[in-house]
Design a protein. Sequence first.
Length: 228
Amino acid sequence: MEFKQKTFFGRRKGKGMSKAKENLITSFMPKFQITLPKNNSKIDLFELFDFKPSSFVFEIGYGDGDHLINMAIKNPDIAFIGTEVFMNGNASILKKILDNDIKNIRIFPDDVNLLFPFLKNESFDRLFILYPDPWPKNRNQDRRMVNLENLKIFSRILKKNAEMLVVSDHPIYIPWVLFCMQNQKDFIWNVSKSADFVNVPLDWETTKYEQKALKEGRIPIYLSFIKK
Ligand SMILES: C[S@@+](CC[C@H](N)C(=O)[O-])C[C@H]1O[C@@H](n2cnc3c(N)ncnc32)[C@H](O)[C@@H]1O
């Protein structure tokens, strides 16, 4: 498969990472980290876990990991895969995985674009993209996680009837997502009334970014799409 490396725009590291966080990453990341195969083979998600998961959930850009951690605690039979490029976030989720003795999370602590080519078709039952960086300037549209090119990838790695949930509070990002979804054929918008996109989904777990947005008076919009 041909794979064109994309440039990553964003933050990989905060101003300073404490020695404790650095030690945490050095000591424990290898146990929970997904490493990319050396050859062109695809990752067997079942092989990443010590149990047979009933389904697989994928979260892109988990930040501090609160959503992934709480979902994983509530659903021990489900396997959760997360990616986050920001190293301070990866240190935070590692600590939470260890503190809660979580066995059903594996993480890819890097740019998700590097992982995509190694994921098999129809790998996941759910995909979460929660408060993605908005990149509000028109000229930076290509950097947005939801874009027409990535929607083809999401469609490839999701099973039929899988849910893709995109949550944002951003006045440019919401119409952008709806515009992209209008220009693709693989997903349908899972909505029958306006309450569906302003009320939290049934098994919702909040995120750090969401808490900040709510405190500052911004309104989260929950856009659920189903893979055809
Ligand atoms: C606004 S934050 C939201 C974090 C978290 N989802 C929350 O709601 O608290 C967006 C996150 O996406 C991550 N991110 C952006 N592009 C990414 C990429 N290509 N691969 C992995 N993570 C990415 C950023 O590092 C950042 O932590």
